[in-house]
Design a protein around this ligand. Structure first.
Ligand SMILES: Nc1ncnc2c1ncn2[C@@H]1O[C@H](COP(=O)(O)OP(=O)(O)O)[C@@H](O)[C@H]1O
Ligand SMILES: [Mg+2]
Length: 246
């Protein structure tokens, strides 16, 4: 809950090197709030989110999730095995099955009883207005429907920490609003944490509680949303807010 002293994720000195790009992130912590990672294309948003979700190796660094070490630069890669953490991309891939199979898949893996699975699938489908799609094959969906079904597939598993990587990039306004409202409501009701990457400063302004500004692989500015937009300090953020480097 906002205001509660509850660190969910803590990252220390993360370094990742590509031939022509280095991500270098100092300490930061997330608790049960809505955080935005704002920055232009190529700043390193996807790389950072994938690292924190356990999908990408690091050169150096440590990440703790609820006090447990989940990433350590010296240890072998462990990737993507933490059910409390979810990574959601801008173009998620559904399995070549029915929508219902897609949404219930993770619950089946968790070996929940059939009637509980059904209840959960019905509840999330109502909320996301996809009940009429449940019998369809995932291949028949529009890209917007695909995105919302993937959102249902993720939320039905009730993750505590959600890494959202430009999740509305391919959505129209109506579906963008549906996704945004659903996620904010979910975050509040579950006391979850959201770490949401975007290059869209209007979306960050609209939804964020706290913003990290990433620029060329480094977080160069951060703050509560009001202060962040009112009093930018760096020339890079000032320029970005004026619509340059978009
Ligand atoms: N697998 C990779 N191999 C080499 N370079 C990569 C790879 N993935 C990303 N990069 C580079 O890292 C930089 C940051 O990319 P990315 O994290 O996708 O930025 P963003 O999500 O902010 O647009 C870019 O310069 C990109 O070309
Ligand atoms: Mg990206």
């Amino acid at each position: 809950m906002a205001g509660e002293d509850r660190v969910i994720l803590n990252a220390k000195n993360i370094i990742k090197k590509y031939p022509s790009f280095t991500l270098d992130i100092d300490d930061f912590s997330l608790d049960g709030d809505v955080y935005f990672l704002l920055g232009p294309n190529g700043a390193g948003k996807t790389t950072l989110l994938r690292i924190l979700s356990g999908l990408e190796r690091v050169y150096k660094g440590e990440v703790h999730f609820k006090g447990k070490e989940i990433i350590n630069g010296r240890k072998p890669f462990n990737g993507g095995i933490y059910p409390e953490l979810s990574y959601f991309p801008s173009a998620p891939i559904l399995w070549n099955e029915s929508v219902k199979e897609n949404v219930s898949y993770g619950l089946k893996l968790r070996k929940l009883p059939g009637h509980i699975i059904n209840e959960k699938v019905i509840e999330i489908s109502d909320k996301l207005q996809i009940s009429h799609l449940l019998k369809k094959s995932a291949r028949e969906l529009s890209s917007g429907e695909n995105q919302i079904v993937a959102l249902a597939r993720m939320l039905v598993l009730e993750p505590e920490l959600l890494f959202l990587d430009e999740p509305t990039a391919n959505l129209d306004v109506k579906k963008t609003v549906l996704l945004e409202e659903t996620l904010l409501e979910y975050q509040k009701s579950k006391n979850a944490a959201i770490f949401w990457a975007t290059h869209n400063l209007f979306q960050a302004k609209r939804l964020a509680e706290f913003i990290f500004f990433i620029w060329d692989g480094r977080i160069i500015e951060k703050g509560e949303v009001e202060v962040f937009f009112k009093r930018p300090r760096t020339t890079e953020l000032k320029a970005f807010l004026q619509g340059k480097f978009y």
